[in-house]
Design a protein around this ligand. Structure first.
Ligand code: GAF
Length: 398
């Protein structure tokens, strides 16, 4: 059964000062660079980033840490402190790992640096972190941003944060093979303590919105599952959205993405061709509108209205966009009539990972305990819970 001790309160491993995790110290030499890059949450605006829409993410107090130390040869020696795994390759042939995923997040960024004209020499890298893997908290984007930041420092390439975010995203698109949008890398790099980022993914204009909901915490309920179709279905959703845009464009060439589309356009130019494509596009158009309304709620301090929109997002993701799974639906349904829960929904790409819940602080312990029992009974799975605190984005530690 879950109790207070089981709730992995954020900040247990790393303090606000972002101290180095103990396991990393032995890898640090005089000329090493150490970078920290956090995971992210997203309050609302899901699957909108690659449709040129809006998102509302924040960096959290769980992060990836990377030590990079230059070598005298052209070899690349990668070590995962947590998995106790090693991978070796070299700068002239960045071989993708077929059996481990974590080296590819590092090598993908190195490839992007090389393509951008940066001279990369051999190096040793050690990686650790406390972002739960597969929980939908973007541990991969965090690693990519840590690599970009550390390499930028080591090579003196002088890239600004925007450039590094784009390189990190491109690494995920081209080397890892997931056609993700820009949200995760952006949130990891640009996060600010106690602020969410209202990001326009078309212009990359953004503003920091203070996030202080008195007495309310961000509780992540972790399904503890990651269904394997996640990344392939992600790419399928992206294509389906592009198809919808192409159909509208036949009549309205000025529509460049679903950001420019309206429900009227979908009803006129998509609905009669394919109901599935229509539903995918409908979700995205509605979600963009929902986010804009949710930002107004936040400005007005109307948290119940904001929370109600989170439930609507979940319904859209589950029924129209179909990226939820029975475990995520179970957890959202379980909390939806609980008066202590202002809002809840699945978060991130989907097919597993966490739900994000806005919960009255005093009710958290009882809620987690009850949800764990119900989840075991209903899904025969063990629930994990994390409280996410909003933290600063990527930085160099030494
Ligand atoms: C994943 C992707 F990496 C993001 O770009 C975003 O599309 C998200 O899924 C869904 O909103 O985290």
């Amino acid at each position: 059964m879950m109790n207070k001790e089981n709730i992995q309160a954020a900040g247990t491993m790393v303090s606000r000062k972002h101290n180095m995790p103990a396991g990393l110290e032995k890898f640090i030499k005089e000329n090493s660079i150490v970078a920290r890059s956090p995971g992210r949450i997203n309050l609302i605006g899901e699957h909108t980033d690659y449709n040129n829409g809006f998102v509302l993410p924040a960096a959290i107090d769980k992060a990836a840490y990377l030590v990079i130390t230059p070598r005298k040869d052209q070899e690349i020696h990668l070590h995962s402190v947590d998995l106790l795994e090693d991978y070796t390759t070299n700068t002239t042939d960045l071989k993708k790992s077929m059996f481990m995923s974590w080296p590819n997040y590092i090598l993908g960024v190195i490839e992007q640096f090389i393509l951008a004209g940066v001279k990369i020499n051999g190096f040793d890298a050690a990686l650790t972190g406390d972002i739960p893997i597969g929980a939908g908290l973007s541990s991969s984007a965090a690693v990519e941003c840590a690599v970009a930041l550390a390499m930028n420092e080591l090579c003196g390439s002088g890239f600004d944060k925007f450039t590094m975010v784009k390189l990190a995203q491109k690494a995920e698109n081209d080397f890892v093979g997931v056609q993700c949008g820009i949200m995760d890398q952006f949130a990891s790099m640009f996060g600010r303590h106690n602020h969410v980022i209202r990001l326009d993914c078309r212009s990359l204009e953004f503003e920091y919105v203070p996030f202080n909901m008195d007495g309310i915490k961000i509780l992540l309920l972790d399904t503890n599952v990651k269904h394997s179709l996640g990344s392939s279905e992600y790419n399928v959703r992206r294509k389906q959205c592009e198809t919808g845009v192409a159909w509208i464009q036949r009549h309205l060439p000025e529509v460049k993405s679903l950001r420019d589309a309206t429900m009227e356009m979908l009803d006129k130019y998509v609905l009669h061709d394919d109901i599935l494509i229509y539903q995918r596009c409908k979700y995205v158009v509605e979600e963009n509108n929902r986010l804009l309304a949710a930002c107004k709620d936040l400005e007005q301090g109307n948290i119940p209205a904001f929370g109600a929109r989170m439930f609507e997002t979940h319904y859209g993701l589950s029924k129209l966009y179909e990226v939820s799974c029975p475990e995520l639906d179970f957890l959202v349904t379980h909390v939806q009539d609980n008066p202590a829960v202002l809002g809840a929904r699945m978060m991130g790409g989907g097919f597993g990972g966490c739900t994000i819940n806005l919960v009255k602080e005093e009710a958290i312990e009882e809620l987690v305990a009850g949800a764990a029992v119900a989840y075991k009974k209903g899904m025969n799975k063990t629930l994990k819970a994390h409280i996410a605190k909003i933290e600063t984005g990527s930085n160099i530690l030494s």
